[in-house]
Design a protein around this ligand. Structure first.
Ligand code: ATP
Length: 299
């Protein structure tokens, strides 16, 4: 288990991470979220032992992460750091060897991964000749060449098109199913909702949301109802527990304080003509985040 306990980091007088705690178990995918400057990279560097925490501790299976366990760890850094004059194969041989792997094992793993990412033809191409997206795939492949038990991915999806986000996501899910623990950072809530169960959301180093996504949504309680019907918005606004009513495209969106308000809204809608939709949805993480911290943050 990875345990981050009461970790705080000061750069001089500046508090970058404030009393952060979370745990990640084998097979779990954990999201560390936050806008620019929230403290994500600082947290990863502390986990990897590249930066000392001002206070608090990070342990993996009850030990500090150090050189002894690097062969079991994969780290995709935020600042992409490929050796661009090397070919894809040379790059992977270099990193695989650093992780204590034999050449034939590295090549076999590389070939499997290149095929998965639909870029088998780039094996002997120089990295500088590849597109930005393909370079990112190579960096990801390098990070997972040793089938790490702990995989840390700093903004793995930044700059990727939706098809490649999907490829990365599937690989991450597969690794978790095989027992790896995976931590990734993102400033895009929607990347996280789809496949990660637990998360921490940081804002200026402080934890503003944490736990299982399902629990966070349950605790938030508010729900959204989407309606297609011929009805006056004013009638919906008068229902007790309705927080807001607005037109979204050709639908009406009604935000309610909790699930118990929904039947009351339904009663009103039932009297309308042309009803073709009445759907209760959970708010997105992004909506919960904005409700918690306000809209004054930099995306
Ligand atoms: P981004 O999404 O922009 O990469 P982040 O969440 O990874 O942001 P960090 O890079 O961890 O955030 O930075 C957290 C805060 O600490 C920022 O305000 C940043 O300016 C500050 N910071 C980071 N590194 C240093 C440093 N070496 N010295 C002083 N301040 C730093």
């Amino acid at each position: 288990m990875l345990k981050v306990e009461n970790v705080t980091k000061y750069y001089g007088d500046f508090l970058a991470v404030d009393n952060l705690s979370f745990t990640v178990k084998e097979g779990e995918i954990f999201g560390l979220l936050g806008v620019n400057g929230a403290g994500k990279t600082t947290t990863f560097r502390m986990i990897m032992g590249l930066l000392d925490a001002s206070s608090g501790s990070v342990t993996w299976n009850d030990k500090k992460i150090d050189y002894d366990v690097t062969d079991k760890i994969g780290f995709l850094t935020e600042e992409r750091s490929l050796l661009t004059k090397l070919t894809v194969k040379e790059q992977c041989l270099f990193y695989g060897t650093l992780k204590g792997m034999q050449d034939d094992v590295i090549i076999k793993r590389l070939e499997t991964l290149l095929e998965k990412f639909n870029i088998s033809e780039y094996k002997d191409k120089k990295i500088k000749e590849l597109s930005k997206g393909n370079q990112q795939k190579i960096q990801f492949i390098t990070a997972i060449i040793n089938e790490p038990k702990l995989l840390i991915l700093d903004e793995p999806f930044s700059g990727l098109d939706p098809i490649n986000v999907e490829l990365f996501k599937n690989e991450i899910i597969e690794m978790a199913q095989k027992g790896s623990m995976i931590i990734f950072s993102s400033h895009r809530m929607e990347h996280v909702e789809l496949f990660c169960e637990k998360l921490v959301v940081l804002l200026k180093g402080k934890t503003v949301l944490e736990g299982k996504i399902a629990d966070i949504k349950k605790q938030y309680r508010k729900k959204n109802i989407f309606i297609k019907a011929n009805i006056e918005l004013e009638k919906l606004k008068q229902v007790d527990g309705v927080l807001s009513v607005s037109n979204v495209g050709d639908e009406i969106e009604v935000k309610i304080a909790n699930e118990e308000v929904a039947p009351k809204v339904f009663e009103v809608v039932a009297k309308a003509s042309d009803i073709s939709k009445f759907v209760i949805e959970e708010p997105s993480l992004n909506e919960i985040f904005i409700a918690k911290v306000g809209e004054n943050y930099e995306k």
